[in-house]
Design a protein around this ligand. Structure first.
Ligand SMILES: Cc1ncc(COP(=O)(O)O)c(C=O)c1O
Length: 419
């Protein structure tokens, strides 16, 4: 009998049957509040009627119009729709399927366009599981162990995480920028450095927002040395943080923007955006792929972007995120075992620690497991898996936020009682 690989781990025992909005229904008919959104993917909620209609219509019209063979309308529409939300400088887009693939496309573009071999990544970042993306991933050894030799040319700089260092934000930023300068002086000369690549909010690494002054420091150094700034907005983009792109919380624009996850409400689609001047510096034919910009995925993405605009989902995300964060803070106020509640928009985290301040993955796991038992789907993250994250769909309403918080309050109380 064939079985699913045992290496594939599932965070919950739920057998999903159907979904609508922030609700996921299991095969026994039990209704779960889904605060995982397929790891931040179902931006418009499960099976938004307009996304369903667009995908169904496209399936009946043209499923696959391979984009290095022919052009198709959903792709052209998607380029036009994205033009409305991208920074105007980033006027050229390329599409692939997964986040990892798009990250690698950004790397290829950066190396070819600059003629430089190296990149600098930031400690705790997650960029994917393929070899180049895994090499640039430093959120946990599980993504790298046993996979060597990894790709050359990757240097790791500190990420300014105030909680981890036990410093205030400004001290952490000053330290991280000084270390970056030291790396450029001692490990990879600017003339050998193609790009800095960073998530504006560390995702898998623990939902830690990069301070605006840090991103500004990267932008300034990138401009000074002709290094490209790549923002991996695979998880933070498409409204997730309460702005359409997370970098809009700061006053900077990347040279290359990487997107995926929320862009097509669950259909596999990813992409990169850059200026046409930058894109045209790379080698013709270096971008492509069998399934990239699949017609059904593009139609779903066009519908997704229109729903986000028509239903004001970015503003809803900001408002519901603030409501959820304040509720999480109230829960945290009742215990000294929650080290921090943090995040942006609907990308929020609760970090658990032991009584003496060490990471507490057991308590995080217990709270997550009990929440799932009580009907709230959650995931953990962070290098020690001691962070419980909440990333509900952007369509969530106040009643659903409050219902999730009520479960979370009970789950934390029960988990503390068992610890
Ligand atoms: C920031 C970031 N980059 C890249 C990836 C990789 O995307 P994928 O799993 O689609 O390859 C992820 C996935 O979680 C991500 O969160």
């Amino acid at each position: 009998m064939t079985t699913l690989s045992p290496l594939l781990k599932q965070a919950t025992p739920v057998q999903a049957a159907s979904g609508h909005g922030v609700h996921l229904i299991d095969t026994a008919g039990r209704d779960f509040l889904d605060f995982t959104a397929g790891i931040g993917v179902t931006s418009t909620g499960h099976c938004h009627p307009k996304v369903v209609a667009a995908a169904q219509a496209q399936v009946a019209t043209l499923i696959h119009g391979q984009y290095t063979t022919v052009m198709h309308e959903p792709l052209q529409q998607l380029v036009a729709e994205l033009g409305k939300v991208l920074p105007p400088q980033l006027d050229s887009v390329y599409f692939a399927n997964s986040g990892s693939e798009a990250v690698e496309a950004s790397l290829r573009l950066a190396r070819q366009a600059t003629g430089r071999p190296n990149v600098v990544v930031f400690h705790g970042g997650f960029h994917g599981r393929t070899v180049a993306a895994a090499t640039m991933t430093t959120s946990g050894t599980k993504f790298r162990t046993g996979f060597a030799p990894l790709m050359g040319g990757v240097h790791v700089a500190p990420f300014p995480s105030p909680l981890r260092y036990g410093w205030d934000e400004q001290t952490a930023v000053t330290f991280a920028l000084n270390e970056l300068d030291f790396i450029l002086q001692t490990l990879t000369a600017p003339s050998d450095t193609a790009a800095f690549i960073i998530e504006p909010v560390l995702g898998e690494g623990g939902y830690i927002p990069a301070p605006a002054s840090f991103l500004a420091g990267l932008r300034e150094r990138a401009d000074r040395y002709g290094i490209l700034l790549i923002l991996d907005e695979v998880q933070t983009g498409v409204g997730r943080t309460g702005k359409f792109w997370a970098h809009q919380h700061c006053d900077i624009t990347p040279d290359i923007l990487v997107t995926a996850k929320g862009i097509a409400s669950g259909f596999p689609l990813s992409g990169i955006a850059a200026s046409s001047a930058l894109m045209s510096k790379a080698l013709p034919g270096s971008q492509g792929g069998t399934y990239g910009a699949n017609a059904v995925a593009c139609a779903a993405a066009v519908a997704t972007l229109r729903v986000i605009e028509d239903e004001g989902l970015v503003a809803n995300c900001a408002a519901m995120g603030a409501r959820l964060q304040s509720g999480l803070e109230k829960v945290a106020a009742g215990t000294d075992r929650i080290a921090e509640v943090r995040g942006l928009g609907l990308m929020l985290a609760t970090e658990f620690s032991t009584a003496d301040g060490a990471p507490d993955p057991a308590l995080a796991a217990a709270a997550q497991r009990i929440a799932v038992e009580e009907g709230l789907l959650l995931l953990t993250c962070g290098p020690w898996n001691n962070v419980v994250r909440m990333i509900p769909a952007l369509v969530i309403n106040a009643e659903e936020v409050d219902a999730g918080l009520a479960v979370w309050d009970r789950a934390v109380t029960r988990a503390l009682g068992q610890s």
